[in-house]
Design a protein around this ligand. Sequence first.
Ligand code: SAM
Length: 231
Amino acid sequence: DLPVRLEMIANYVTNDQVIADIGSDHALLPGYLVGNKKVRKAIAVEVNEGPMQAAQQNVDSWGLSEAIDVRKGDGLAPLTESDDIGTIVIAGMGGMLISSILKAGQEKLENVQRLILQPNTAADNIRRWLIEQNWSLVDETMIDEAGYTYEILVAERGDPYEAYDNDQLEKQLWLGPWNLKQKQAAFYAKWLREKRELESIDQQLSKAVKNEKTEAKRQQIQQRLQWLKEE
Ligand code: SAM
């Protein structure tokens, strides 16, 4: 069975498109989408030989090799213009890695309509990248599964500031503008953990030697704790 996390991602894929799943591992997501006829074609990209072979074996065993292309390569590099990709999914990696894959593959994004990104960390980094590159954040969701909290970000071409308010920008970049509106159970679970973490760091810093760096860090922590208090 597909993990709930991947099912939520699949729900954000609009029908009949060609999708690319970057860092596809065992090609579970493309298998589900093509197997359920949600998309007509999928490209599963893997940089590592092991997962790439596991993906290919799965696709063959499902009898889906006509509709799912397994390609070895780094990030968006294996994608070509003639693939006519509507949606790119990058899931299950750190936010910094996801941003750097998008950055490195900039020119491959020209005709792509939707990005579905699921960073394990540093979602704020992705939100900043989306703004810089004129992508509009159209939805977010947070889920708890097997003891982890996952964030999914969905972006389309459009006004990059649409989801944000001028006077709340930094707070919204950190916590997610849609997450803040929706306040799912996973939101509270994640940020309660984070609050404790921040308080503990602040406690340690308060005992450390005062210098510009520790003071700046403490100020940032105070600001963040204040934002969390507001929620
Ligand atoms: N996307 C799947 C999911 O969400 O369940 C698999 C996530 S798995 C933790 C991350 C996968 O990304 C690994 O199989 C790894 O080999 C692959 N990967 C890491 N960096 C990559 C890159 N630059 N290009 C393509 N694949 C990459």
